[in-house]
Design a protein around this ligand. Structure first.
Ligand code: GRF
Length: 203
């Protein structure tokens, strides 16, 4: 399965996927990394790994449709099968999401449907919840919503700061993103309505 990874920044989730794909037994390869920010640090990591990179800068387009048409062409040109949103900080229109329906996944740093949106860890700390985590889900037009492939739970500790908590969650993000793509690429994932069924695992 050919992956197209979309990033806006650091790209540590991207790097985890690139690293997994270096194993010949892993059922996916990274075809292209696309960033909407020309100086996203993740781009250098991708180039260093010998991956093709493309910049589609949203500021260079008149509107979101034009931006997304450019994204779509870049993904098609690289013959991408599965789009992985890895810290990609732009919302995608319903049209784009529909075109890639069930072929686009996102990683989000909370246990969805709790804590959609930005600054999840700060809000988690403010609310005093004891458990948080991360989610890989198929993308639907509503932000941070869609059939859930994998989640991992992470404890919130009494002396946590946003930084410490983010680091603990990030470790799990890298693990479940790699695992979710493995499941999808091996054909074990079926989307049924609002839910994901994983073959060979208990319901
Ligand atoms: C991750 O926490 C991801 O879940 C998110 O933004 C962060 C991106 O990190 N929404 P990286 O660019 O993958 O390092």
């Amino acid at each position: 399965l050919s992956l197209g990874i979309l990033i806006s920044g650091r790209g540590s989730n991207m790097a985890a996927l690139i690293e997994a794909c270096t194993d010949p037994a892993y059922p996916a390869q990274v075809a292209v990394v696309i960033a909407n920010v020309a100086d996203a640090p993740g781009l250098d990591k991708a180039r260093a790994a010998g991956i093709e990179t493309v910049v589609v800068d949203h500021k260079a387009y008149d509107n979101r449709d034009a931006f997304e048409a450019a994204l779509d062409s870049a993904l098609k040109a690289a013959r991408v099968d599965l789009v992985c949103l890895a810290g990609f900080m732009r919302l995608l229109n319903a049209d784009f999401v529909k075109r890639w329906r069930d072929r686009i996944v996102n990683i989000h740093p909370s246990l969805l449907p709790a804590y959609k949106g930005l600054d999840t860890h700060a809000r988690v700390l403010e609310d005093g919840v004891r458990v948080t985590g991360c989610t890989v889900h198929f993308v639907r037009p509503e932000m941070d919503h869609g059939p859930i492939v994998i989640q991992a739970a992470v404890p919130v500790l009494p002396d946590d700061t946003v930084g410490r908590l983010a680091a603990r969650v990030l470790e799990q993000e890298h693990r479940i993103f790699v695992e979710a793509v493995r499941l999808i690429a091996s054909g074990r994932v079926r989307v049924s309505g609002d839910k994901v069924l994983i073959e060979g695992s208990a319901p």
